[in-house]
Design a protein around this ligand. Structure first.
Ligand code: SAH
Length: 395
C-alpha cells in the first residue's frame, strides 16, 4: 500500500479551533472536531484541517480518547520506520550534547521530542518504553526496530503499566520485548546506581531530578540532611558525597531503602541512616524529638492524580512543606518539589507562600528548578512542564 496524504481521512476542526495548533500545540480534543471524512479507524493516520480548509498537519486518531488527534507532523510524512528513526536521531543528538559520553537519560519525552505519547528512558544498554497513545501502540514495532539500531543497546523493556493507558483504552503490559534486560550500573556523572529496568518504581530511577541533586550539593557540606521520599537515595547519596555530616533518608518502600544500601556500597559511601516509614509520621516523630536539620528535601510522589483533587493535594503539599520547616534549623535550606501534572507553577508558588506562613518562617527562593533538560518542555504545552521545584533559604 502506498501511504499518501490523499488517502488519509480528513479531520476538519470547528471554526476557530485551529488557533492552539497553529501555535504549536499538538492535541485536538474530540469536542473541537466538526467532521471526519471518510470515517477513520482507531489509531489511523489522519490529516487535520482548519474549518476554512487550511492544512495543519497529520496525526494519529483515537475515537476513544478525549485527545482525539495527536499531531505527528506539520507536513504529511507517513508514520513509517524512517519517521521514528529521524526523531530518534534528533533526540539522541540532543542527549549527547547534554550528557557527553553518558548513556543514561530520558531519550524521548513524548510531545516535546516530537513523538506523542511515547516516553523512552535509557539506562546504559537497556531502553524502557512507556506508550500512552493508541496510534503509537499500533506502530510500536517500528519504534523498537529503530531503537535496536542505536549503538550499545542490549534490549528493550515495556513499562506499560501506568494509569494513562486506560484513558486510551490500552491494556497493562510489562516485560522484555527485545534482547535482554539485566540490571544496569548507571551513572549521573558523579555517582553510580544499580537500576533494574524490570523492577523498581516508575522506570526504575528518577532521571528528572538528576540536576536538582547536583544543585543541592553546594548546600550540603558539613550539613545535617533529611531526605524525605528518598527512593533509591539520589539526594542522600549526593549529600554524603558532597560532605554532609549526617544524612537520614526516609521512604515507605523497603525495596527502595534496600537500594540505598546497595548504591552506598557501589560508591564507597557510608553513614546514610535509613528509615522505612511514612514521611508524615516520621516528621511528627522527629519534631517531637526536637531533631533539627540544616537541609531538608521533600520530593513526594504526585499528590494530585487528577484535576479534581488539586485542592486536596494542595493541602497535603502545604502540610508536608511546612512540616519540613518544623525540623529545619534557622538559616537552613529546603528543596521542595511537585511532579503532579495538575499543579501549575503558579499553584506551586502559592503553596510555597502558604507553607512559610503556616510555619511562621521567612524564606527566600534561591533557585527555581524544573526537570532535567532531557525532559524538554514544549512551549505551547504546559502539560510537559510537570516538575516544579524550589530551593529556599529559611530563617
Ligand atoms: N527523591 C527521589 C524520588 C522520589 S519518588 C529521587 O531523587 O530519586 C517518591 C518516593 O516516595 C517513592 O520512592 C515512594 O516509595 C515514596 N513514598 C510515597 N509515599 C510515601 C509516604 N507516605 N511516606 C514515605 N515515602 C513515600
Amino acid at each position: 500500500m502506498i501511504d499518501t496524504a490523499q488517502e488519509y481521512p480528513v479531520v476538519t476542526l470547528r471554526p476557530r479551533e485551529e488557533r492552539r495548533l497553529r501555535y504549536g500545540h499538538t492535541w485536538v480534543f474530540s469536542n473541537e472536531i466538526a467532521s471526519i471524512a471518510p470515517q477513520a479507524d482507531p489509531g489511523a493516520q489522519v490529516v487535520v484541517r482548519a474549518s476554512h480548509g487550511m492544512p495543519l498537519g497529520t496525526g494519529i486518531y483515537n475515537p476513544h480518547s478525549l485527545i482525539a488527534v495527536r499531531v505527528t507532523s506539520r507536513g504529511t510524512e507517513p508514520l513509517d520506520r524512517e519517521w521514528f528513526a529521524t526523531r530518534l536521531r534528533r533526540a539522541l543528538r540532543l542527549r549527547e550534547t547534554l550528557y557527553p559520553g553518558q548513556r543514561t537519560y530520558r531519550l524521548l519525552h513524548s510531545e516535546a521530542d516530537g513523538v506523542p505519547g511515547v516516553i523512552v528512558d535509557r539506562f546504559e544498554g537497556v531502553f524502557t518504553v512507556q506508550i500512552a497513545a493508541l496510534g503509537m501502540e499500533m506502530r510500536r514495532e517500528m519504534l523498537y526496530d529503530a531503537l535496536m539500531e542505536i549503538e550499545g543497546v542490549a534490549g528493550i523493556v515495556e513499562r506499560n503499566d501506568h494509569a494513562l493507558r486506560a484513558l486510551e483504552g490500552l491494556p497493562s503490559r510489562v516485560g522484555i520485548v527485545r534482547g535482554t534486560a539485566d540490571p544496569q550500573i548507571v551513572t549521573d556523572g558523579l555517582l553510580r546506581y544499580n537500576v533494574d529496568p524490570l523492577g523498581g518504581q516508575k522506570t526504575g530511577f528518577y532521571l528528572d531530578q538528576r540536576e536538582n541533586r547536583l544543585a543541592m550539593r553546594r548546600y550540603m557540606r558539613d550539613a545535617r540532611v533529611l531526605d524525605l521520599f528518598s527512593n533509591n537515595g539520589g539526594f542522600a547519596l549526593h549529600a554524603r558525597h558532597a560532605g554532609a555530616r549526617d544524612v537520614i533518608a526516609v521512604d515507605s518502600s523497603a525495596a527502595a531503602i534496600a537500594e540505598i544500601h546497595t548504591n552506598s556500597s557501589l560508591n564507597n559511601l557510608s553513614g546514610i541512616e535509613t528509615r522505612t516509614a511514612d514521611v508524615f509520621a516520621e516528621l511528627a516523630a522527629l519534631r517531637s524529638q526536637h531533631e533539627r536539620f540544616d537541609v531538608a528535601i521533600a520530593d513526594p510522589p504526585p499528590f494530585a492524580r487528577s484535576k479534581k483533587n488539586v485542592a486536596a493535594a494542595r493541602k497535603k503539599y502545604v502540610e508536608l512543606f511546612s512540616g519540613t520547616l518544623s525540623v529545619l534549623a534557622p538559616g537552613g535550606t529546603v528543596f521542595w518539589a511537585t511532579c503532579s501534572h495538575h499543579i501549575t507553577r503558579e499553584t506551586f508558588m502559592e503553596m510555597i507562600r502558604e507553607s512559610l506562613a503556616r510555619a511562621r518562617r521567612d524564606g527566600v527562593i534561591l533557585e527555581e528548578r524544573g526537570a532535567a533538560p532531557d525532559h524538554p518542555v514544549h512551549p505551547s504545552m504546559p502539560e510537559t512542564a510537570y516538575l516544579h521545584g524550589a530551593i529556599l533559604s529559611v530563617e
